[in-house]
Design a protein around this ligand. Structure first.
Ligand SMILES: [Zn+2]
Ligand SMILES: [Zn+2]
Length: 261
């Protein structure tokens, strides 16, 4: 999806509710260092700028395929009628695409028609998955009651025992960074080579549609266009390594390995 993998660095976190949560940094083979990308973006209207934007807009999106948030929420409501034939895609496996038609000029044979149908189903399913998994609503901190604690001990659930953190800090700022800034189209600031990729919905995070289709859950995909951002993510991921009671020398050795890739 993203190109050939040069290296990757990630950890799997076990959340309070016992679900597994992956943080992963992917290095793409042949990708330029962030500063080099910035330097090249400072030339207005370059071929490089066009190619980079085409690539970034193809690998991750910040909006739905077939409409805006309100339209999509109306189209894919949370099912309440248990007799309905609607199948919640978060509970279904992905459907593999039908085989290719080898004729490049053809668009009408049985295989081509099946493939076109598969793609339209792909986009509808992906929009539905995003409605079910990617819309952020601010949540309050939650203090467990004595009853919750008792139930938690019986079931072995940490969340109910400890309660849950809200998404806002003491200043009322959402730590999940919502609502996010909107960009009607991808724009480069030629004065410093910084780039903001197109994003149309402020209440969802960015996703790679193919990843959403395959994984069927919330994902957050972003391109790190500065060395500082990359280092921050390495530190963030390493923090999760240390959560798993690893010794600090193991954390540093992991970071050393990554930075020398
Ligand atoms: Zn065909
Ligand atoms: Zn929030």
């Amino acid at each position: 999806i993203y190109g050939e993998t040069g290296a990757y660095y990630g950890t799997v976190e076990q959340q309070g509710r016992l679900t597994l949560h992956l943080h992963l940094l992917l290095y793409i083979k042949g990708a330029l260092p962030p500063q080099e990308i910035r330097n090249r973006l400072m030339t207005e209207g370059s071929e490089f700028e066009k190619s980079l934007i085409t690539y970034l807009e193809a690998v991750h999106v910040g909006e739905f395929h077939n409409g805006d948030l309100a339209t999509m929420q109306a189209k894919y409501p949370v099912p309440t009628d248990t007799n309905s034939t609607y199948q919640n895609p978060t509970l279904m496996m992905p459907v593999p695409p039908p085989s290719w038609c080898k004729d490049k000029k053809c668009s009408e044979c049985k295989r081509c028609v099946q493939r076109a149908n598969w793609w339209s189903n792909f986009w509808e399913t992906t929009d539905d998955l995003m409605v079910k998994s990617n819309i952020h609503t601010h949540h309050q901190a939650y203090e467990p009651t004595a009853k919750d604690r008792k139930a938690a001990v019986t079931k072995g659930l940490k969340t109910k025992y400890k309660g849950a953190k809200g998404c806002r800090n003491k200043d009322g700022i959402c730590m999940a960074r919502f609502p996010r800034e909107i960009f009607p189209e991808s724009v480069v600031d030629y004065s410093d080579g910084s780039l903001n990729v197109k994003k149309l919905e402020s209440d969802i995070n960015n996703v790679t549609p193919m990843l959403t289709y395959c994984l069927r859950c919330n994902t957050d995909v972003t391109s790190l266009l500065s060395g500082t951002a990359i280092k921050a993510i390495v530190a963030y991921i390493s923090d999760y390594v240390s959560k798993a009671s690893l010794k600090s020398y193991q954390v540093f050795s992991s970071m050393y390995d990554v930075l020398h890739q």
